[in-house]
Design a protein around this ligand. Structure first.
Ligand code: HCA
Ligand code: CU
Length: 388
């Protein structure tokens, strides 16, 4: 199935707060919430008010902002927790409980029938409160599918809005996620949410597989921050979907992504990784001469993401031994220099020879080109030197 309508449940303010370096103040949370809302995510998920008095005040404050996004908070599957969540004024409650044998034995210690009984109690209460209700099973990928489906079918019968699959330990593969979501799609009427950790590098692919199998909601965080090495990143999911069809993500304010990534990186004191989707330092940098030539003719030859759509610029690196004369010509034109093809080819050779000796900068290359511009074309075959 191709990806249909989907919505993002942005969890930077919940899962993201579980990142080792995240200590958001209320003002910072409000700033992040506003930015994400301006970007256009459909939901903001907040840390449970049960976590601390400040977390409760943060829920109340963000629920009051009147944002376009729905505000949901995350809770354990207990009456006390969901009551407190509702009292903060949020639009919905994301209830979670572990279903894997590991978590049933070593975390909350409850059997599957007990989990179903608790869920019934919690959702009977929530239904009367008129809030959106989601139920998710922690560690779904290591849970016995019979247990999972028994629990999901029971909560679906209570008329909840969404059921969630959580790959809590990042162990799932796209094929496994696809099969699990496909089977669940046959069994419940509720919407299906996917939450995937990135321990083994599959978080984005798994989220995409979930959408292909009929999931309707995906959890993300900015830069993927979360517990351990985090979850599906907002920018990564956007890149994945854009590459299928830009129309899938046109509903979001794409140029805001870079501001979001930069701001979160700053707040949690990390650099944006060089290889980050869309906003990484090298995401739109082309190097080899063969690539550069084709990119200059038509960027789609080596780009599936159009940098301009994200307010970014492509960059062609020409100061190295893999360079090609077409890219050097383009730089000469940019600098307004009138060089013949023979001159540009000569400089390209010089760049290759010099960069075998030591790394060059763009300034070095520009100096070579400008020097050449002052020579008469017929002298261009003579060796030239650059100042270090
Ligand atoms: C966690 C909980 C969770 C919850 C996901 C969900 C997970 O272990 O911190 O509510 O769907 O990864 O299982 O983030
Ligand atoms: Cu998680």
């Amino acid at each position: 199935m191709s990806v249909q309508n989907f919505q993002i449940i942005e969890s930077t303010l919940r899962e993201g707060e579980q990142f080792v370096n995240a200590f958001f103040t209320q003002d910072q949370k409000i700033e992040i919430a506003r930015l994400l809302d301006a970007f256009g995510v459909e939901y903001l998920e907040l840390t449970t008010p049960q976590a601390s008095p400040q977390s409760e005040r943060d829920c109340i404050a963000i629920a009051k902002l009147g944002l376009r996004a729905k505000i949901v908070t995350h809770t354990r599957c207990t009456l006390a927790d969901v009551r407190r969540a509702v009292e903060t004024g949020v639009d919905g409650v994301d209830v979670v409980i572990g279903t894997s044998s590991q978590l049933r034995e070593f975390s909350h210690g409850k059997s599957v029938p007990e989990i179903i009984r608790l869920a019934e109690e919690v959702f009977t209460y929530l239904k009367a409160q008129n809030v959106e209700m989601r139920f998710s099973t922690e560690d779904s990928l290591r849970s016995d599918p019979n247990d999972l489906f028994a629990v999901y079918e029971a909560v679906d019968a209570l008329g909840i809005n969404r059921v969630g699959i959580a790959d809590t330990v990042g162990i799932g593969t796209p094929m496994q996620v696809f099969r699990l979501v496909s089977e669940l799609r046959q069994r419940v009427n509720a919407d299906i949410e996917f939450h995937g950790h990135d321990d083994t590098g599959c978080a984005i692919a798994n989220a995409h597989a979930a959408l292909e199998a009929g999931a309707t909601h995906v959890d993300t965080s900015v830069l993927g921050i979360g517990e351990r090495n985090g979850i599906t990143s907002l920018g990564g999911l956007i890149a994945r979907l854009y590459a299928i069809d830009p129309a899938l993500v046109r509903k979001y304010n794409l140029p805001l992504l870079v501001e979001l990534d930069q701001r979160i990186a700053e707040l949690v004191e990390v650099d944006i990784p060089f290889n980050n989707y869309i906003t990484g330092y090298a995401a739109f940098t082309h190097k080899a001469g063969i690539h550069a030539k084709a990119i200059l003719n038509n960027p789609s030859t080596y780009e599936v993401l159009c940098p301009e759509d994200f307010g970014m610029k492509r960059y062609i690196n020409i100061a190295h031994r893999l360079t090609g004369w077409n890219a050097v010509r383009s730089r000469a034109d940019q600098l307004g220099l009138k060089l013949s093809d023979a001159q540009v080819k000569h400089i390209t050779n010089e760049i290759k020879i010099l960069s075998d000796e030591h790394p060059l900068t763009l300034d070095d290359v520009d100096a070579l080109l400008r020097n050449e511009n002052h020579r008469r074309p017929e002298r261009s075959q003579q060796p030239i030197t650059v100042k270090a």
